[in-house]
Write a protein that binds this ligand. Sequence first.
Ligand code: UDP
Ligand code: MG
Length: 323
Amino acid sequence: MSGEPEISVIVPVYNEEENVPLLLERLVPVLEKIGDYQILFALDPCTDGTEAVLRRAIAANPRIGYLRFSRRFGQPAATMAGILHCTGRYCAVIDADLQDPPEVIADLHAKAREGFDVVYATRRSRQGESWMKRKLSAAGYRLIGRISEVNIPLDTGDFRIMSRRVVEELRRLSESHGFLRGLVAFVGFPQAKIEYDRHERARGSGKYNRYLGSLKIAFNGIFGFSTTPLSLLLWTGIAICALSLLSIAAIVFTKFVIGQEYALGIPTIIVLISFIGGVQMASIGILGQYIGRIYDEVRRRPQYIVDVAENVPPRTPEADRKP
Ligand code: UDP
Ligand code: MG
C-alpha cells in the first residue's frame, strides 16, 4: 500500500482479540464509503491472540497495518505513535472496544471537510460506566476546563479526526506525554464538535484501573496545561500567614488590653500544627508534580519504542522532514 489515503484510523489496542473483528466489521464499510483509507492499530504487546487476529485481518485487507511496541507504553503513547506514523490526509482516533461507534467517523469526516482541522466527538451520554466514574470524570473535565491555559473541550476523549497539518504540528511539539486533548487544543486551527452517545464495551473488560488510570490522565491535563495550582499554593500560603498574624494580634490584645487570662489549649495547637503540616505536604506534592514533568521533558526519552511495524507504509519524505 502506498500513496496518501483520504483517511487513516488509529486504534490503540491492548488485549482486544474479541473486539478487533467486531470493530473491523463495522469500521471497514464506513471507511469504504469515504474513499481510500488506512487502518493502523497501535499495539501494546498483548498477552492474548490480538496479534494473530490482526495478521489474519491484514492478509484479507492490505489497508490494515499495525505497530507493536517494545513494551506496554500505555494508551496515550500508543495513540500518539499511530498518529505520527499514519499517512492519511485526515487522521481519526477510535478505541477498539466499540464504546465509540465507528459510524460516527463518517460524520467527523464530513464535518472536517466543511473546513475544520479538528472535529472532536463529545459524549452526550455514557453507558456502562458507574455513577461514581461519571461524576468524577465530569468534575475532572470541568476542573481542567476551568484552569487550563488552552481550551480543552468538556466530556471529550481521544475520539476525533484531525487534518494532516494538525498531525504535523503535533510532531513538532514532541512533548514527552501524550495528553492528546490538551496538545490538540494547544495546536489550535478551526475546531468543531459533534455529539454522540458513548456505549458499553463490546467484549472484555477495561484495561485500566478504573479510577487511578483516569486520575493519571487528569493530572496530565491539570499539571501539563495549567500553572493555576502553583498560584493557588501561593495564595493559600499568604492567607494562612495573614490568619496567623491576626490570631497573634487577637491573643496579644485579649491578654494585655482586656487583661483576660485563658488557655489556648493543647487541642487547638495540635489541630493547627496538623493543618499547617497538611498544607505544606500538599504544596510540596504539587511542586513535585511540576518537577516530575520537567524531569520527564529534559530527559527527552521517547514516548514509545516500535518493535514491529507490520504493513505500515513509510511516511512521505515531506512528513519526515524535521522542523
Ligand atoms: N489500551 C491500550 N493500552 C493500555 C490500555 C488500553 O492500548 O495500556 C487501549 C484499549 O485496548 C482500548 C483503548 O485503549 O482500545 C481504551 O481502553 P479502555 O477501554 O480500557 O479504557 P476506557 O474506555 O475506560 O477509556
Ligand atoms: Mg473503553
